[in-house]
Ligand binder design. Sequence first.
Ligand code: PEP
Length: 265
Amino acid sequence: MQAVIGNWKQNPATSTDVTALLDALLDNIACDDALNPEHSNCQIMVAPSCIHLYQAADKLKNSPILCAAQDISAHSSTTGAFTGDCSATQIKDSGASFCILGHSERRQYHQESNAMLLNKMQHAMNKDLGVILCIGEKEDEHKDGQTLNILDDQLSVVQDFIQNNPEMTEALTKKLIIAYEPVWAIGTGKVPTVDEVTQIHAHIKQTLSGVDNRLADLSVLYGGSVNADNASEFAKSEMIDGALVGGASLKADSFLAIVRAFSRS
Ligand code: PEP
């Protein structure tokens, strides 16, 4: 399945702005069948910040757009003394159906490790929350030719999850999306070539099917400075199943242009 997911990060500033952005997305989709996931085979999802999750999920209820959280607590899947955290249960209760895990900004600013990500993945899956697992190399790792080693290490979380929870492998095939996001491409305007991304996605798909062949068909999205102008190039590659979009997801026009690019492919 193709998917285009908007990671709103710590945006927008107010709940009024959230309503305006969602209204613009819903109005456009209502007038254009080509954007409707039922016709286009391209799932649209947005990940607002936690404070706006209930509001956004409520507005998107019964719409073709899914809602995702940007993170969940590693410590508990339910309730507890974890100031500042939101658990998988709370996220699910908000109406979100997915969570982004392992975004490079979480890895960088919150020291998110593979061990933490494994806990988070277990909490998410136990509460029937889908996972968008972000992986990607930093610029120096890219220059040192370490990309595939870094990705293999980050993907080991999936292998560990299956080793610990073999009975959940089938569920994972429907609930896991991988987003390859080279850190040096996020928010910089620099992008790898489509050929480079194609080869890396082929490696990711091969690695996952080596873990369990039921994972062979997982969607692998590309993220990092995708915009309305370059999306159709990425969409030409059969190995690129969609995009995780930061900056360009904050305006309905640019986000929907990216959705359109992947809907056509
Ligand atoms: C992201 O942060 O997930 C991202 C892809 O950001 P941008 O599109 O702004 O590079």
